[in-house]
Design a protein around this ligand. Structure first.
Ligand SMILES: [Zn+2]
Length: 373
């Protein structure tokens, strides 16, 4: 008969392998069957994510951050105990058992990640679900799309509440978070076939915002707790689009460009000028950054500077807040995010955020066609 510890080790390794195989099979099923993705996986993921988000909304703090700290402490505690036993018993078995526990936990977390949400990376893309015609476009069309969003920026810049210094302020995170959930619900009602039904609780502020700031992270969605977490370093004009981006992730739009487009649409769905301003700023910024023609960029920026000094200041204030947390870790964090996105089938990695521009151009062309000659 095998010793108990050896049986434990074998069971642990077998279960880890089974969980990894199950995760791979589920990913393949979502990737290769659009019908399974849309009628089984996405509704399941949205329902469970919404439920988790509602469940953990009992706390205004991010439960995921507390869980992460607890898990790290438990991992370190178990490691110390295993090392002590390994030295005392002069056997590698305690350390091997600890290692197998780590591998089993990692496999379980990965399986849960794919089951709850990770598979949505492989579901049909938003552009095909919306029937948008994206493809290579002339720089001129990108310029026109950027100009269209600049019009909105200029319009809403005038409407947002500002203090005596001209600083846009709409009550900060606490005031904006409930409106982001309302705007998203309104968007869901407009596109029921795209969103299905799911609970939408407001995003939460990140307790560890300085650390996230050093890593250059403006928001993050945690599938295990259904929490859309937002870094409050961003100033009010930029917070709503981040909030809606993270909520879009929770609703099953994992690819970054898809979450950006849903965030833009949700911001524009709100009746609050600060949300519309935020959505327009996001759309304009992505289009502007995608322009390679210096001439077009200068034209847009001069018009912005001439007509809305306040907006130039809004960009500056937001940049100044982020600069306070500048750190060499940002580059490393971006490389990790890039590798993560590519491992989830997003070939463009961190550049995928900017691919929202293709969909914004397609929406602009549709809008032009509707308005007619
Ligand atoms: Zn994102």
């Amino acid at each position: 008969m095998l010793p108990k510890r050896r049986v434990h080790l074998i069971l642990s390794v077998t279960l880890s392998a089974a969980l990894l195989i199950a995760a791979v099979l589920l990913t393949a099923a979502v990737r290769h069957s659009g019908a399974f993705a849309q009628s089984v996986y996405l509704p399941f993921s949205r329902a469970v994510s919404g439920l988790l988000g509602t469940l953990f909304s009992f706390s205004s703090y991010t439960v995921a951050e507390a869980l992460l700290v607890t898990a790290a402490a438990a991992l370190a505690g178990c490691l110390i105990r295993s090392v002590v036993h390994t030295v005392r018993e002069r056997s590698a078995m305690p350390l091997l058992l600890w290692l197998s526990g780590v591998v089993l936990s990692a496999s379980g977390i990965y399986f849960l990640f794919i089951l709850l949400w990770g598979g949505t990376y492989h579901a049909p893309k938003l552009e095909s679900r919306l029937g948008l015609r994206t493809g290579p476009q002339e720089e001129e069309m990108l310029f026109q799309t950027a100009s269209r969003h600049l019009e909105d920026v200029l319009l809403y810049a005038e409407l947002v509440p500002r203090n005596a210094d001209g600083e846009a302020g709409a009550g900060g995170f606490s005031a904006l978070a409930p409106e982001s959930a309302r705007a998203m619900k309104s968007l869901m009602a407009r596109y029921p076939e795209l969103f299905g039904k799911a609970a939408v609780s407001p995003p939460k502020r990140a307790f560890s915002y300085p650390v996230l700031g050093m890593l250059g992270i403006s928001g993050i969605y945690v599938p295990f707790t259904g929490e859309a977490v937002v870094n409050t370093i961003s100033t009010d004009p930029f917070l709503p689009s981040v909030m809606c981006h993270e909520l879009a992730h929770r609703l099953g739009f994992a690819p970054e460009e898809d979450a950006n487009l849903v965030a833009y649409l949700a911001c524009m769905e709100s009746n609050e000028p600060i949300f519309r301003y935020s959505g327009a700023l996001m759309a304009f910024t992505y289009c502007y950054n995608a322009l390679s023609s210096q001439q077009y960029r200068s034209l847009l920026w001069s018009r912005l500077a001439e007509e809305s000094e306040e907006t130039v200041d809004d960009y500056r204030r937001n940049r100044e807040e982020w600069v306070k947390y500048e750190s060499p870790l940002r580059q490393a964090a971006e490389a990790v995010n890039n590798a993560y996105l590519q491992s989830m089938g997003q070939a463009d990695g961190v550049r995928s955020y900017g691919r929202v521009v293709d969909m914004l151009i397609a929406l602009y062309i549709e809008e032009q066609a509707r308005s007619g000659p």
